[in-house]
Design a protein. Structure first.
Length: 505
């Protein structure tokens, strides 16, 4: 007979502090920065940014001891081996991606936060990064939703943090309202799934959804569909993408870069977990649905990017926004393929996300550099950039060619081939054809922007001497880091993408 003391002891869970160290470290640094802001004089506010960078570097370093990918914590004590937090290889790669993206965003922001409330900005950025780092490790729907909202709620405030800016406030409101609706739909779906199965743990859901009481099958199916709709918004999949262009244009440029990479990684990691890990029993439902969404998303994104007017204010950021929508379509392809060919295809999405994160952050870093002399950030402002800033022009050309999938951006080419192969191997030939057509369409606007960098600047009636503004060291470091990472990835694309595609699931 079990005594009361033994029963109590069995309910006590040991916490693996090393496993949860990366997100906990970022959250702790966020609190330290918020409190320090009360005591740091105005002249020394830049120190808060350096503290945030140091915290993100420390969190990245704490991933290294977890490289074996065999740690779990917050597990049930009933022998089911279901855990709420797992630090496997998928978790570690996504955590490295989001924390690296947050670090580069912080470097972009150090020289760009003079007119922003420093303490609030860094606290919100770190809080969002902590939620983003927690999400890929979540293995139950409750933790997944909480992590998603911890990553999203500070992002709303970051988008609208430019006080007195009507465009920023409008973007934040649109982002907030659409996200709240998506979250409400997702929570309704989660509640339906829980009512039908009696569990929230992803591994338990995988088994129970296949044996739901027939009287609850409609409820379970509706719950799966509503949950996927919520994540479709977070990934900016069409037709849930309408918030993207206005949000990116209204947000501070570093935050637009953050949303395009970290926000997308959060959405896709959550989508992968609920489809492949929790809902494999409904693969015949979400597989075709995601394939259609992938085709629609890449087409809408590329067509809208083609229509951008080079002389329109902020057209460069708007083109990058629509490009990110198109890239979301490519990222959806292997997730859809996993419904037909197994979860090994998911590695292709992660491999593509790694490439996209590096080169897209690099493109935004160069855009931030150009914005220092051309606040309008029009595509026309990049004409002749090679004549004034040759290294920046070469870096941007490399990033754009990577996104297009052309040499010397070999990593972009191999990433697209990996995704294309996932569709073909899964028997989704029609989707592979749609992707091929969209890749060709995208070549036009990527190459048009690249060619503009090397054209002679337009002559005006009054020749104004070019003024070279001092570039913050942190901005230079961000461009150099992303360019170096892109070149390194292009140097061994098969090794990098092969590991990511074959060793995560």
């Amino acid at each position: 007979m079990t005594t009361a003391a033994e029963s109590t002891t069995s309910l006590v869970q040991s916490v693996d502090w090393l496993a949860i160290a990366p997100p906990v470290t970022v959250a702790a640094v966020a609190l330290v920065v918020l409190v320090a802001d009360l005591f740091v004089p105005e002249a020394r506010k830049p120190l808060l940014g350096h503290g945030a960078v140091a915290g993100l570097v420390a969190a990245l370093a704490l991933i290294i001891p977890l490289h074996e990918g065999d740690r779990s914590t917050f597990c049930l004590t009933d022998g089911s081996r279901a855990c709420s937090y797992t630090a496997d290889h998928f978790t570690l790669v996504i955590q490295a991606l989001v924390l690296g993206g947050a670090l580069l965003t912080a470097l972009l922001s150090i020289g760009d936060t003079r007119k922003l409330p420093a303490g609030e900005f860094w606290f919100l950025l770190l809080s969002s990064a902590a939620g983003a780092a927690l999400l890929p490790a979540a293995r139950d729907l409750a933790t997944l939703v909480i992590a998603l909202e911890v990553a999203s709620l500070p992002a709303f405030a970051l988008v609208g943090i430019k006080r007195g800016d009507r465009r920023s406030s409008e973007a934040a409101l649109k982002f907030f309202l659409s996200s709240v609706v998506a979250t409400a739909v997702m929570l309704l779906g989660v509640s339906f799934v829980y009512a039908a199965t009696g569990t929230l743990h992803l591994t338990d859901l995988a088994g129970r959804l296949g044996h739901v009481d027939p009287r609850l099958s409609t409820l379970a199916g509706a719950g799966v569909a509503l949950t996927l709709v919520g994540f479709a918004f977070k990934t900016a999949a069409a037709p849930f993408h309408f918030w993207v262009p206005d949000t990116y244009v209204g947000a501070p440029l570093p935050i637009a870069a953050y949303l395009s990479v970290v926000g997308k990684a959060v959405g896709f990691s959550g989508l992968i977990l609920v489809t492949v890990v929790a809902f494999p029993a409904y693969a015949d439902v979400w597989g075709p649905a995601l394939a259609v969404l992938a085709a629609l998303t890449m087409t809408v994104g590329n067509v809208a990017a083609l229509r951008q007017n080079a002389s329109r204010a902020r057209s460069a950021v708007r083109l990058l926004a629509w490009s990110s929508v198109a890239q979301a379509g490519y990222l959806l392809v292997p997730v859809a393929a996993a419904a037909y060919a197994g979860d090994r295809r998911i590695g292709s999405t992660v491999a593509y996300a790694l490439m996209y994160a590096v080169v897209n952050l690099g493109a935004f870093a160069v855009a931030a550099l150009v914005a220092r002399t051309h606040p309008g950030n029009r595509l026309d402002d990049y004409r002749g950039l090679y004549a004034t800033r040759p290294l920046a022009a070469l870096a941007l050309a490399f990033f754009l060619l990577c996104l297009a999938g052309l040499p010397p951006g070999i990593i972009g080419l191999f990433a697209k081939v990996t995704v294309f192969s996932a569709a073909v191997d899964a028997g989704l030939g029609w989707l592979a054809v749609v992707m091929a057509v969209n890749v060709v369409v995208a070549l036009y606007y990527y190459l048009r922007w690249t060619a503009a960098l090397f054209r002679a600047p337009e002559e005006t009636e009054e020749t104004v001497p070019a003024v070279r503004h001092r570039v913050p060291a942190s901005l230079t470091a961000a461009i150099v880091l992303t360019a170096a990472a892109g070149v390194a990835l292009s140097g061994a694309p098969q090794t990098v993408l092969g590991f990511a595609a074959d060793n995560l699931f």
